[in-house]
Design a protein around this ligand. Structure first.
Ligand code: MEV
Length: 436
């Protein structure tokens, strides 16, 4: 039986020496759903109620009915757990809600390899979002821009009156920017409220500030305000991660070269780059969905950030002096742990507990590490055997179980079907009969 190894580690932020459970759980995938949930519950110290919520797939209808309009039911996705993640010295089990096979396994596998060189280290620029106020019909836009910047302190003060709670937590509007843009409808002045939203995703706080500031902005500029809305290009809220993938751990020099060539391909070709970045978002969006976050906002942020100066990969790869592969990622991360569905949906709440993050900052750091792991895994698979084998294995597993295989028979039947490249139910039955 697997026994959790409890290690003492210093947490990156608090500096506290804490006992963390180990996220390296060999054979996790071989357990039944029930057994896996039990292990996760032990790891995250879930209550019976929380465990039951996950197991009984419980987003109550009355809660769903309050979340959106015209509700007729709920919609489910598989919820998997990525294991092996060591991020800034702390072990994480990462909940991922996704319909695509192989994604969770690939992330866990990449994390296992990164772990051998100390795992992921991360960085975060702060929970700073931008709210935009569009000022039109200006006769003298430069003078309007001047007036906005001259009233910077007053604008900040008025914005912060909207959210005393956020201000008391150290957040709130911190700066004002003003840009003139040339559009097909003439010149416009775009005012940015730069807001530290702390542990929230931030859309509500920022939108409220923008709306309430609009009359004042009209007064000082003499223009007409139309749009007042957050920007999803969260360029002041960047999460970064880095990991070393040791040459010998990932399959040798040829694999390192294959991954470098794959990266070069993405960096040179937008058709490939879109798929490269999509693979990154396989991980990040699955975590965003599991934690009740607005994954469309994070997707929009990622792709628009990647487009600044020409569409490019969100990750980078280099070979260090020892021939090892060094990967990094830099991605906007407008994700929160309060507000939105994060606390309303009981499954999202339980997922945040499994993840064990204490702030939006920690969630963003984990998301970046997961994105890098997902991308590394995809490139490694693509540069070697291709990704179909992983997909096929899962499909073969399902077929083996449908054919009646139990316990160790499942692995044996899968092995033979994959080896013979015959992933069909009739062949699963035939193999099962043979090995019995
Ligand atoms: C599939 O969902 C994701 C990949 O296409 C990513 C990639 O090509 O890098 C495998």
């Amino acid at each position: 039986m697997y026994v959790f190894r409890v290690k003492h580690r210093r947490h990156y932020k608090s500096g506290k020496i804490t006992a963390f459970m180990n996220s390296r759980i060999p054979g996790f995938y071989k357990l039944s759903v029930n057994e896996r949930l039990k292990k996760v519950a032990e790891f995250a110290k879930l209550t019976d109620e929380e465990t039951k919520t996950i197991f009984s797939r419980g987003l109550p209808l009355d809660v769903a009915d309050r979340m959106i309009e015209n509700v007729i039911g709920t919609f489910e996705l598989p919820l998997g757990i990525a294991t092996n993640f060591l991020i800034d010295g702390k072990d994480y089990l990462i909940p991922m809600a996704i319909e695509e096979p192989s994604v969770v396994a690939a992330a866990s596998n990449a994390a296992r390899m990164a772990r051998e060189s100390g795992g992921f280290i991360t960085d975060y620029t702060g929970s700073v979002m931008i709210g935009q106020i569009q000022v039109t019909k200006l006769t003298d836009p430069n003078s309007a821009r001047f007036e906005v910047l001259r009233h910077r302190d007053e604008i900040i003060e008025k914005a912060n009156e909207c959210d005393p709670m956020l201000v008391s937590l150290g957040g709130g509007c911190k700066d004002v920017e003003a840009r003139i843009i040339d559009t097909m409808m003439g010149k416009m002045l775009i005012v940015h409220l730069v807001v530290d939203v702390k542990d929230a995703m931030g859309a509500n706080a920022v939108n409220t500030m923008c709306e309430s500031l609009a009359p004042f902005i009209e007064r000082i500029t003499g223009g007409k305000v139309y749009l007042r809305i957050i920007s999803n290009l969260a360029s002041y809220r960047l999460a970064r991660a880095k990991a070393v993938f040791a040459k010998d751990v990932i399959g040798g020099e040829e694999v390192v070269e294959g991954i470098m060539l794959a990266y070069a391909f993405a960096a040179a070709d937008p058709y490939r780059c879109a798929t490269h970045n999509k693979g990154i978002m396989n991980g990040i969006s699955a975590l965003m969905i599991a934690t009740g976050n607005d994954f469309r906002a994070v997707e929009a942020g990622a792709h628009s950030y990647a487009s600044i100066g020409g569409y490019r990969p969100l990750t980078t790869y280099e070979v260090d002096g020892k021939g090892n592969l060094v990967g990094t990622i830099e991605v906007p991360m407008a994700a929160g742990i309060i507000g939105g569905a994060t606390k309303v949906n009981p499954i999202a709440k339980a997922c945040l507990k499994i993840l064990g993050v204490e702030s939006a900052e920690e969630l963003a750091r984990v998301a970046a590490a997961l994105g890098l792991a997902q991308n590394f895994a995809a490139l490694r698979a693509l540069a070697t055997e291709g990704i179909q084998r992983g997909h096929m294995e899962l499909h073969a597993r399902n077929l083996a179980i449908m054919a009646g295989a139990v316990g160790e028979e499942v692995d044996r039947v899968v092995e033979i079907m994959v080896r013979d490249r015959k992933i069909r139910l009739d062949y699963a039955k035939e193999v099962l009969e043979r090995i019995r």
